[in-house]
Design a protein around this ligand. Structure first.
Ligand code: ARG
Length: 306
């Protein structure tokens, strides 16, 4: 008898679920009442609903596919990003010595060499796509698998991507015309500051410096050219690129450590699709090997110290 009531309740519930897609009060009340019944009733409901669920499954997704997905998840070490044997990497090759366009027209630099070394460890081919820095984060997981671009780990970016372990410490530098009076944080207030769009230098200039007049460029070097042309008071950009850019105008520009302006240290990492822990594990493992076997130091020597 109890079982019959349970079956009836289940039937009523199923019917109200089927008829009231919008979920009116009536169906809610019915299911609440059903939930309040004994566990025996719940078991009966499951039985009553099971055939219906099976039918839906056969119509949409074949069961075999479901099984495959589960197996993949259980294996835990196969990232979709690597499954095709190619790791597509977004960069912005306007950031020497980390990335720049080489003599052959292809992206080169420390980051490019590093991600190729990572690809080698993972047994995948690395394909580098050069794009604007500002569009990198949004492209991860769609246009590209990952990004390496001297990209600083920030909380804001962590809302949309995951980062590998950090591989390099950096800080923003201030490039000044020789003889500039700018020497401390307060001197930057109200100044015309050039930055690369969407970078941490941009965030400091736009958000942290009072009354700044910020000009955002797609290429850091274009900002430096405008500094030379007298259109800007300074350029805020990462240390190593700042040193490279300033060295192109020896005697005209100097690059000052942003620590003197109170800028915080930053860390570069590989940006990856959010939640792809399999990929993160593999990239971090490869990175650790590259550091342990001396490859990393060689790359620093080749690309950064020379
Ligand atoms: N580290 C800075 C940032 O993450 C600048 C990076 C610029 N990188 C580049 N490839 N242009 O915002």
């Amino acid at each position: 008898m109890k079982k019959l009531i349970a079956l009836l309740l289940a039937a009523v519930m199923t019917m109200s679920l089927l008829t009231a897609c919008g979920g009116g009060n009536a169906s809610e009340t019915t299911s609440d009442a059903a939930e309040a019944e004994s566990t025996e009733n719940e078991a009966a409901q499951d039985e009553a609903q099971a055939p219906e669920a099976d039918e839906a499954d056969t119509q949409s997704e074949p069961e075999a596919e479901e099984g495959e997905t589960e197996a993949d998840a259980e294996a835990g070490d196969v990232s979709e990003a690597l499954a095709d044997g190619v790791l597509t990497v977004g960069t912005n090759a306007e950031f020497p010595p980390f990335e720049y366009v080489g003599d052959d027209g292809e992206p080169d630099g420390f980051d490019i060499a590093l991600i190729k070394a990572i690809g080698e460890k993972l047994g995948v081919e690395v394909q580098v796509e050069n794009m604007e820095f500002d569009s990198l984060v949004a492209s991860i997981g769609s246009k590209v698998d990952v990004s390496i671009a001297g990209m600083t780990v920030t909380e804001e970016r962590q809302k949309s991507v995951d980062f590998s372990d950090a591989y390099y410490e950096a800080v923003q530098y201030v490039i000044l015309p020789e003889g500039s009076e700018i020497a401390a944080a307060a001197d930057l207030e109200g100044k015309a500051i050039g930055v690369q769009l969407g970078t941490t230098g941009d965030f400091i200039a736009s958000d942290d410096i009072a009354d700044s007049k910020v000009s955002q460029y797609n290429k850091g070097m274009d900002a430096v050219n405008d500094l030379i042309n007298g259109k800007l008071d300074c350029v805020i950009i990462d240390k190593n690129p700042a040193l490279v850019f300033a060295s192109k105008f020896e005697g005209q520009l100097t690059a000052i450590d942003g620590a003197e302006f109170g800028f915080e240290p930053e860390e570069y990492a590989v940006a990856m699709p959010k939640g792809d822990t399999a990929l993160a594990d593999q990239v971090n493992a490869a990175l650790a090997e590259i550091k342990a076997d001396g490859t990393f130091d060689k790359l620093v020597e080749t690309y950064i110290e020379n």
